[in-house]
Design a protein around this ligand. Structure first.
Ligand code: HEM
Length: 382
């Protein structure tokens, strides 16, 4: 059975999910020693179960990260559990709620204009890899120089999330972490909301101020990291579906298309947990210590939940109940932000240009297991 695969190696992962949903919705993969969960109901049960923890990355700093890289990794809401998670998430949420709104269209217009060659542009490299991160950076007021530096280094920095890193990756992560840490620290000091935020957290939690500062810096960096891959994916995959199904007549239709794309062809396909106690799912017991992969993209194709699950249907009444942003304690805190961003960007593209043509016959995907990200999407714009 194919459970763990690179998205680059599989043309249609959804046919695999369909097979597993029918035969083995809760599957023990003996070869990889991991439970793989496909059904909508069981995915929710796992994601909401407090005994299903986020697996630890870099136990006892076996990867040899330096001080700043280690600070970032150890304080991210996305990777933490229990009380640390509560604190980290609270801080990430406070930061996110202080984002100022920026003019997305101006950013998009410039990105396209800079790279357009005879009406053709690679949507992935020119827009998707830059725009979501730039929007977040500009919403926090980072200078043009800092934006350029972070944009240039983000591909290295996101590797901090990898469970396994090569020596070379560790070296590069260590090199960029200190500078990014200090850029973000400097920026936080300029915010009106920084002191009240620190005060609020010290009222709620018994932690030294230095620790709270570190957590805040790390989680702002975490927001940058999170906006990169998933932000790239939502813009890429939505464009492909909108072109294919010609669902671009107005902004509301674009928004519905983005939401249905998140169900039908999401950028994030799965996420991992580890059982901290025995977990019962129907007749199955997942034992303490066993690994779990929650296949969100399969849950989105579960016909117990979504009728005619293989149809792209923007009018489906429950499209919004897809699991692409996760659910439970670790659910994405940027769900609405991301959907709005993608809607704005794609509406601007289709409203501004009357003919958008896909120039690729065969989309290739990155060699990644948990995300399905097109490598390039060349389009012509007229
Ligand atoms: C600006 C863009 C984004 C930011 C800043 C962001 C931020 C975050 C953060 C901080 C978390 C961790 C929350 C926690 O552990 O308590 C998270 C989780 C998550 N995000 Fe996002 N996110 C963004 C975009 C997206 C997009 C576009 C998707 C999917 C299309 C996505 C999917 C997820 C998922 C699935 C999780 C939960 C992972 C799990 O439960 O294991 N995110 N996000």
């Amino acid at each position: 059975m194919t459970t763990l695969f690179f998205q680059s190696d599989v043309q249609d992962p959804y046919s695999i999910y369909q097979l597993m949903l029918g035969k083995n919705p809760i599957y023990w993969d003996e070869e990889n020693k991991i439970w793989v969960i496909y059904s909508y109901e069981s995915c929710i049960e796992i994601l909401k179960n407090p005994d299903a923890l986020i697996p630890v990355i870099n136990l006892n700093n076996e990867q040899k990260l330096n001080e700043h890289a280690l600070d970032i990794l150890n304080n991210l809401a996305r990777l933490s559990n229990e009380i640390q998670h509560t604190i980290n998430r609270e801080i990430a949420n406070l930061l996110f709620s202080n984002l100022k709104s920026v003019d997305i269209n101006t950013i998009l217009y410039k990105l396209i204009k800079d790279d357009l060659i005879e009406n053709e542009v690679d949507w992935v490299n020119s827009v998707c890899k830059k725009l979501p991160l730039l929007v977040v950076l500009k919403s926090f007021g980072f200078t043009a120089n800092d934006c350029a530096f972070i944009l240039d280094k983000i591909e290295i920095l996101v590797k901090i999330m990898l469970p396994n890193k090569s020596k070379e990756e560790v070296k590069l992560i260590n090199q960029v972490s200190e500078r990014i840490f200090s850029i973000v620290e400097k920026q936080l000091l300029l915010f009106d909301f920084y002191k009240p935020l620190l005060n609020k957290i010290s009222e709620l939690e018994v932690l030294p101020l230095d620790e709270i500062k570190k957590i805040t810096i790390s989680n702002l960096i975490g927001l940058l990291i999170q906006s990169y891959d998933a932000g790239r994916g939502i813009l890429s995959n939505s464009l492909l579906q909108i072109i294919k199904h010609k669902t671009f007549s107005n902004k509301a239709t674009i928004q519905k298309s983005v939401i249905e794309t998140l169900r039908f062809d999401p950028p994030i396909h799965n996420t991992r947990r580890i059982a901290n106690a025995d977990i019962t799912l129907g007749k199955t017991t997942i034992k303490k210590g066993e690994k779990i992969m929650v296949v969100l993209a399969a849950a989105n194709r579960d016909l117990q939940k979504f009728e005619n699950e293989s149809n792209f249907d923007i009018e489906r009444f429950n499209n919004n109940e897809n699991l692409t942003f996760g659910i439970g304690g670790h659910m994405c805190l940027a769900k609405h932000f991301s959907i709005n961003l993608a809607t704005e960007v794609l509406w601007f593209l289709f409203n501004e240009h009357k003919i958008i043509t896909l120039l690729e016959n065969n989309i290739e995907y990155e060699p990644l297991i948990n995300t399905r990200l097109p490598k390039t999407i060349w389009i012509s714009i007229k």
